[in-house]
Design a protein around this ligand. Sequence first.
Ligand code: FAD
Length: 330
Amino acid sequence: MAAERAQVAVIGAGIAGLSAARELARLGRTVTVFDKGRGPGGRIATRRAAPFLFDHGAQYFTVRDPSFASAIDSWRSAGVVDLWRGRIVAFEQGLVRSSSDVVERFVGVPDMNSLPKFLARDLDVRCSVKVARAERLASGWALFDEHGVALGEFAQVLATLPHAQLVELFPHSASLTDRARASIVRPCWAVLAGFEARLPLDFDGAFCNDATLAWIARNTSKPQRPDAESWVLHASAEWSAANLELEPRVVAEEVLRAFERLAGRALPRPVQLDAHRWRYAIPEASKGPTDTAWLDKELGLAVAGDGCTGGRVEGAFLSGRRAAELLARA
Ligand SMILES: Cc1cc2nc3c(=O)[nH]c(=O)nc-3n(C[C@H](O)[C@H](O)[C@H](O)COP(=O)(O)OP(=O)(O)OC[C@H]3O[C@@H](n4cnc5c(N)ncnc54)[C@H](O)[C@@H]3O)c2cc1C
């Protein structure tokens, strides 16, 4: 009976899935969120290796849209987001320039993952569940995990997965899969380096404009982080793509060498060193239509996430909200 089943399944508990689920719940829908990860957050991620702490996915978020600004206000009031006042620079042909932007950069506190955790509160979020098959019913959808276990029947589904996986899971909708196939997503190797003492570098984050490195940040400089000197080094999309299948420890050493080159000095050996491969890190901005979320009304299937809006937390959040509105009206 329809009354006994959740009205909407959301696949993915990243910022898009969580903002969609909250909006759907606000609009009176019952919602179940599935995520294959151990906790909510997706690419808004934090890794601990005591005493170090690394935000190894999204580094910070910026705001342009008034409704995202008001969401940030409410998260600041709830104590899960704060301004990052670190000194941000840019390397240009070996020279360090103070970043000329006057952008406000926000971060989760005490770590990036605090925001998705906060957004997941009081929602029905089921983690460590990979949605592996979707079956079309006369009305609605039946979802199954990778072991063939039934996850339930739902009137509507809202998917926030990487588009390569969306195409496999939902071949039912030609209109959505055609669009998804056109998406290009760049990878990123993230290297997490913990040092015994503060590094003698007079900046906290840097756009590197380097063949190997795209971005480096002293995670410790973000608000409410532990004192242990923790650096996150993001390899460039090109370097990451060319070296995607390397062993993490080999990547860590190569990226570390690039860090030293950029710093222009020998750096002490990290006491903690690891690398994380983001296979689907940053989607390219779409060259086609720019709807923030996609809907196949007939199938009751919506698509949200930064794949629709182009590689930023703000876009993913707004995309989730928009998909929820579209589904609620469908
Ligand atoms: C290295 C890196 C640096 C970045 N830096 C910034 C930055 O500084 N500023 C900024 O604004 N943005 C940044 N971004 C981008 C930002 O992280 C994303 O735009 C945003 O987090 C995307 O949210 P999402 O919900 O669309 O996707 P995701 O966060 O990827 O969420 C999708 C979720 O779906 C789950 N999932 C996938 N398949 C399945 C399945 N079959 N079943 C169940 N669950 C599934 C995944 O586990 C994941 O949790 C960065 C991203 C990366 C990787």
